[in-house]
Design a binder for this molecule. Structure first.
Ligand code: UD2
Length: 314
């Protein structure tokens, strides 16, 4: 079996690559390293890595033609809402057009394929009040990022139906764990909190901390992606989340307890356009056999121990 993971050097992609290698799959990674790092991939010798941009059509077509992948996991994206607002046209090329062109090439070249999985986001739900979010809840994509994710989902599913391709989409909620890059202000809050706790930096809390999120540990994300693959659960959308709604204040308290010391917190105004509450209904995933193995506390404990260990070796 052969798999392509675009964005395979990124946070989620590299964990997926590790899992695929463990399962005996031949893995090819395409990543431009705009956010990722090759060192995120544990078993680099077992993986073919191309430092390339998924917008490079000639490269992508030649690769698809040569390798005839069984599985394609399309994770390459500019994963920042804020960045998409700054650069809507450029991020559209990556977050939408690159995916569509890959699918179009697969269709026209009649490439054999067992699965094309596209990674979307909870951002598609926007700020509508219905909770928990079900895959068929109303959507309200508000940013170029969310619009691209939703439009691409629709194309991916339509290609599945119209041209009989085994396509599937997943919507990530808030994913955390080792390898998440804390360097941008739009990095995941738990990577920023880890950095602050580790290096005694002050943490900037946006708003009063009562906003809620559904945090899922990276290993549970990988479990979910693998289940979808082995069950060939195609032609549909899955929420990928823990299913538990937690306020940011409680998340911070839990992390302080895990780390054994308090954070210094600077409070500032809430982010513009911020989602107030977010939680997923994960019953579709559970029907596939998914069981969340990681509570917030156990996930944070593992994450913190890894960060401490890395710091002690650097
Ligand atoms: C997540 C996704 C985003 C988009 C969005 C859709 C991540 C990293 N981002 O944004 O791409 O899909 O969901 O709704 O998963 N916060 C602070 N201080 C900080 C950083 C964050 O208080 O230094 C707060 C932030 O205001 C928010 C919460 O922490 O209330 C989580 O922030 P986040 O950036 O990790 O994720 P989110 O849900 O805004």
């Amino acid at each position: 079996m052969k798999a392509l993971v675009t964005g395979g050097a990124g946070f989620i992609g590299s964990h997926l690559v590790d899992q695929l290698v463990k399962q005996g799959v031949d893995v090819v990674v395409v990543d431009d390293l705009s956010m990722g790092n090759v060192d995120n991939i544990k078993n680099q010798d077992a993986v073919t890595i191309y430092i390339e941009d998924v917008r490079n059509e000639m490269f992508m077509q030649a690769l698809l033609q040569k390798e005839k992948f069984d599985y394609i996991y399309f994770l390459a994206a500019v994963a920042s809402v804020a960045d998409s607002i700054e650069r809507p046209s450029e991020t559209h090329e990556i977050n939408h057009n690159a995916v569509l062109k890959t699918l179009e090439y697969i269709r026209t070249a009649k490439l054999p394929l067992k699965q094309f999985l596209f990674t979307s986001s909870a951002a598609v739900y926007g700020n509508l009040p219905e909770l928990p979010k079900k895959e068929d809840s109303r959507v309200s994509p508000l940013s170029p990022y969310a619009i691209d994710k939703y439009a691409t989902e629709r194309y991916v599913l339509a290609y599945g139906e119209l041209y009989d391709l085994p396509t599937v989409c997943v919507r990530f909620f808030n994913v955390y764990g080792p390898g998440q890059n804390p360097s941008s202000p739009y990095s995941g809050v738990l990577s920023i909190l880890t950095d602050c706790l580790e290096n005694n930096k002050p943490f900037t809390l946006f708003g009063d901390g009562s906003q809620t999120r559904d945090f899922i540990y990276i290993e549970d994300v990988i479990q979910a992606l693998w289940l979808i693959t082995i069950k060939a659960a195609h032609h549909q959308v899955f929420n990928i989340a823990n299913g538990r709604e937690l306020a940011l204040n409680d998340i911070i308290k839990t992390y302080e307890m895990v780390a054994g010391h308090e954070l210094s917190i600077n409070r500032t105004e809430g982010r513009l356009g911020e989602v107030k509450r977010s939680v997923a209904d994960i019953s579709k995933l559970v029907k596939l056999g998914y069981v969340a193995d990681w509570s917030l506390e156990s996930g944070l404990t593992r994450y913190w121990e890894g960060a401490e260990y890395a710091a002690s070796r650097s």
